[in-house]
Design a protein around this ligand. Structure first.
Ligand SMILES: [Cu+2]
Length: 116
């Protein structure tokens, strides 16, 4: 059973590699970067305000009820990642904050955050 799954997986993998190699051969995509094309999309930065709902136990993300972010999204509660747990020092649930974050692909990462 596991053998069959393994064979199917390697078939899919070689298919993906084959496509990347083909495109690379045509000069359309560099083989080494084909798999991370989405990560190469330019990051957009936004400044927002909101209040902290909760901070993850590993302190690598937090839930924020943010206000409207013009040109990006309406007010809502959502999770943001941080670059390092140190950024959250002194912050806790319930606090109003102002923060700058980067949107790259589907990932939202807070670059700077401070209490208001
Ligand atoms: Cu949002």
């Amino acid at each position: 059973m596991s053998h069959r799954l393994g064979a199917r997986r390697s078939l899919l993998l070689s298919g993906a590699l084959g496509a990347a190699t083909l495109l690379g051969g045509l000069g359309l995509v560099h083989p080494a970067t084909a798999a991370s094309a989405a990560d190469d999309a330019p990051a957009k930065r936004y400044v927002a305000t909101g209040s902290i709902k909760s901070i993850a136990e590993d302190r690598r993300s937090l839930l924020i009820t943010h206000d409207d972010i013009p040109g990006f999204m309406r007010a809502m509660t959502m999770r943001f990642g941080v670059r390092s747990p140190e950024q959250l020092r002194g912050l806790s649930a319930g606090q109003r904050v102002r923060f700058e974050f980067e949107a790259r692909g589907g990932a939202l990462t807070i670059l700077v955050i401070s209490a208001l």
